[in-house]
Design a protein around this ligand. Structure first.
Ligand SMILES: *[C@@H]1O[C@H](CO)[C@@H](O)[C@H](O)[C@H]1NC(C)=O
Ligand SMILES: *[C@@H]1O[C@H](CO)[C@@H](O)[C@H](O)[C@H]1NC(C)=O
Length: 512
């Protein structure tokens, strides 16, 4: 399209009239809305087409009674090429399993993961950084590779955190597990992120858990209102203000620690701490994203954002599953005691590897109850892409995989709707390649961590952390659901599908 701006500008110059200016502004507005209307996607089938209107589809998508889940499953079962779901943020294109390999192999300038995460955290309005190249590097190259070394420490951290955060439970005691798990996970993660002393500081726990809660709440509220209102609306959201206050507080909390460590590093016999804060300081000069001590402090908040609530919600869902399957807690406890006896009570990486029922149950729980209905977020870049079947996906399109529906696909899993604690245990036994079918193994069957080179780099750490916490809970407590009956329902709306954090389980101590 020809843009007649020059002509318009010269017209205004000639007449110098108010009318000219108004025409100019109106024309620019019109062009803007034409150019940024979004690209034509009418060739891609639309979920809920039969509902008849965009507003009805949006209502279905955001209903609080989980209608979106039915919509995703129904559309997925038609076994089509890509299809799209209408959201307030435009149409989100759903990638079926047969195209995941193609998409994960594409370069970052064709389909981009970080750009999609920016959309997911509403960065345009919140300025939140969910992840960064350096953070991914630290988690992959420093954290994951040191798991052998730090695992026994992590075991001690988990034992101490469970001991200090769980009530006595001499008799059956009702506990909001999510609240307790959030704190335990903040402390255990903090042990490796900033060290054994600081991780128990209430200011650190408040920063790492509170930042995540407020940031995600703010994102959730913004995502529920039309985009054109968001820039204005955020100013009345208290959670939005708090994001900034955490950023100031973490600077105050960690600034002196970083300066002290740097001064100590000048001494020849100084033994630097073995934690992520130190690894960040050591490598800071190599990364342009770190320009100051403040950037090093903010990295810790970003880590919390990625690590705390994902892990605690996964663990809460896991406990909700465990308590509804008779005999499972006892079977897990027997496996834990067996393996621990083989390793003289040391919870090494290898000991955890041998707890195969625990690993299988964790993977089955993630298959049955992924945190979200979708995963594998990707954004097409300036050119758009053509899929193997010839379907064109235009530039700047948000794509994702309908993972919850894939996890329940009967073509992939036998009895897909049944929770089978031994499902992956048996697969691992049968398969020569014993590395397959683990909680951390990537594949098109369970997609919670994504696949390809952008798959969640923190999954190895999270897997060990969840195992160590579960080991300490299962060894020490009998656990039951408080309200008898079926498993606690998940919270389900839009793409959210998470364990309900408000429910309670009953705990009774079995070991003193
Ligand atoms: C589903 O679609 C894919 C690709 O279009 C095709 O290869 C496969 O055979 C189909 N499966 C069924 C059961 O229709
Ligand atoms: C959510 O919770 C219910 C329990 O009401 C469970 O049966 C269901 O499989 C869960 N998962 C999903 C993805 O809906």
């Amino acid at each position: 399209m020809e843009i007649p701006i020059k002509k318009l500008v010269s017209n205004v110059g000639q007449t110098e009239s108010l009318v000219g200016a108004v025409v100019l502004v109106a024309t620019i507005y019109l062009l803007h809305s034409l150019l940024f209307r979004g690209h034509d996607m009418s060739h891609i089938p639309l979920a809920g087409e039969a509902l008849g209107s965009r507003s009805k589809r949006l209502a279905e998508y955001s209903s609080r009674t989980g209608k979106s889940k039915a919509m995703f499953r129904e559309e997925y079962s038609k076994n089509k090429s890509v299809w799209r779901v209408q959201t307030l943020d435009g149409d989100h294109v759903q990638i079926p399993p047969q195209f995941l390999d193609d998409i994960k192999g594409r370069k970052d300038d064709e389909v981009n993961n970080l750009a999609a995460l920016d959309v997911l955290v509403q960065k345009k309005y919140t300025q939140l950084d969910s992840t960064s190249d350096m953070m991914n590097h630290l988690v992959k190259s420093d954290l994951t590779t040191s798991l052998n070394r730090i695992n026994p420490l992590l075991g001690i951290a988990a034992e101490e955190a469970v001991a200090s955060e769980m009530p006595a439970c001499e008799d059956w005691t009702a506990i909001n597990v999510n609240d307790v798990l959030v704190r335990i996970i903040a402390i255990v993660s903090g042990y490796i992120f900033i060290g054994p002393e600081l991780c128990r500081d209430e200011e650190y726990i408040s920063l790492s858990t509170g930042y995540t809660t407020d940031a995600f709440t703010c994102v959730f509220i913004l995502a529920a209102i039309p985009p054109w209102m968001r820039h204005a609306a955020k100013w009345v959201i208290p959670h939005y203000y708090r994001i900034g206050s955490y950023q100031r507080r973490v600077r105050k909390f960690l600034g002196p620690v970083i300066r002290e460590r740097r001064a100590a590093m000048l001494k020849p016999d100084y033994q630097a701490p073995d934690d992520l804060l130190q690894w960040t300081m050591n490598k800071a000069h190599k990364w342009s994203e770190i320009r100051s001590d403040d950037d090093i402090s903010q990295m810790q908040l970003r880590l919390s954002l990625a690590a705390i609530h994902t892990t605690s919600t996964t663990s809460t869902a896991l406990l909700y599953d465990l308590v509804t399957i008779p005999g499972l807690i006892e079977a897990l406890r027997a496996e834990i005691e067996d393996v621990m006896a083989n390793y003289d009570g040391v919870l090494s990486n290898k000991a955890l590897y041998d707890m195969k029922l625990l690993d299988s149950v964790m993977k089955e729980s993630q298959r049955m109850n992924p945190l979200g209905l979708t995963g594998f977020p990707r954004m097409t870049m300036d050119k758009g892409i053509t899929l193997p079947d010839g379907t064109y996906v235009p530039p700047h399109t948000y794509m994702e995989a309908p993972i919850e529906a894939i996890h329940r696909d009967p073509k992939i899993y036998e009895n897909a709707d049944t929770f089978d604690p031994y499902r992956f245990y048996n697969m691992r036994k049968k398969d020569e390649d014993s590395g397959k079918h683990q909680f951390v193994t990537l594949g098109t069957g369970v997609l919670s961590f994504g696949i390809g080179r952008h798959a969640c780099p923190g999954r190895f750490f999270a897997a060990n952390e969840i195992k160590l916490i579960m080991i300490n809970l299962i060894r020490n407590f009998d656990i039951e659901q408080k309200e008898k009956g079926p498993r606690y329902a998940n919270l389900s709306s839009t793409i959210v599908n998470s364990a309900d954090p408000s429910r309670e389980l009953l705990f009774k101590r079995v070991r003193t």
